[in-house]
Design a protein around this ligand. Structure first.
Ligand SMILES: [Zn+2]
Length: 237
């Protein structure tokens, strides 16, 4: 069957979001892209996670948005995912959840400051928050405009989506991404955990300050970029 491998990976990414406790009911979705094939695969709309199989995963053309495989309707958030794949070419996985603490920051319209090394290992600085969508942006092409305000936030802020693989959508919830669907899920987990730690820290010390720049650099750059040395040497690609 076509696209079997990607559909299986996207199924596993969706189930991993549930396993990590980031998804309540059906409030969340993960997708993955195959750049060579020009496609993305995503969870179908409104299907319970307990009943989800690889055959249910819907495959679409990144360029046209047309469904190329899978019988059901794709997640209603699909236009947001498509826009992120079109605008962030190194991203091959996107995860959206309404995880509790990250969503609290999103609803407060506050970025998540980088207070420590847990956050700094995956995000090179604060996790930004978008502006609110306008009434017109919500009325038509809502999900596409959601993608647009995310990209706008990164472009206007001069933020590299490879260095900051997630965002808070104002009044809504987080999106995270990465070079694979599995990495997008990991970043969604770190994003939630960092939010929870930030809230706890702010409760203890409301005037607490972000991590020193030299410590942020050390933790992010030892895992990312040309000088990375954390973990085992990479083989192959
Ligand atoms: Zn949502």
């Amino acid at each position: 069957m076509a696209y079997e491998k990607l559909k299986q990976r996207v199924l596993e990414a969706n189930l991993a979001l549930v396993e990590a406790g980031l998804v309540v009911l059906t409030w969340g979705n993960a997708s993955g892209a195959d750049r060579d094939a020009g496609i993305m695969a995503i969870k179908p709309s409104g299907v319970a996670y307990s009943k989800l199989t690889a055959a249910d995963i819907v495959v679409l053309s990144i360029k046209t948005g047309e469904i190329v495989d899978g019988g059901g309707r794709p997640s209603s958030d699909t236009p947001t995912h498509l826009h992120l794949y079109r605008e962030f070419p190194s991203v091959n996985g996107v995860a959206h959840t309404h995880s509790l603490h990250a969503t609290a920051f999103a609803q407060a319209k506050r970025a998540i400051p980088c207070f420590g090394t847990t956050h700094a290992d995956n995000f090179y600085g604060e996790i930004p928050v978008t502006r609110d969508l306008t009434a017109r942006e919500v009325e038509s092409d809502y999900e596409l405009n959601t993608g647009r305000v995310i990209v706008e936030r990164f472009r206007q802020g001069g933020i590299d989506p490879d260095n900051v693989p997630g965002v808070l959508l104002s009044s809504h919830a987080p999106f995270a991404w990465g070079p694979t669907p599995q990495k997008a899920v990991e970043n969604a987990i770190v994003l939630e955990f960092s939010s929870q730690m930030a809230l706890a820290g702010l409760a203890i010390a409301p005037d607490m300050k972000p991590i020193p720049a030299y410590l942020l650099d050390k933790h992010f750059l030892r895992k990312h970029g040309p000088k990375a040395y954390y973990g085992q040497p990479k083989t192959g690609t």
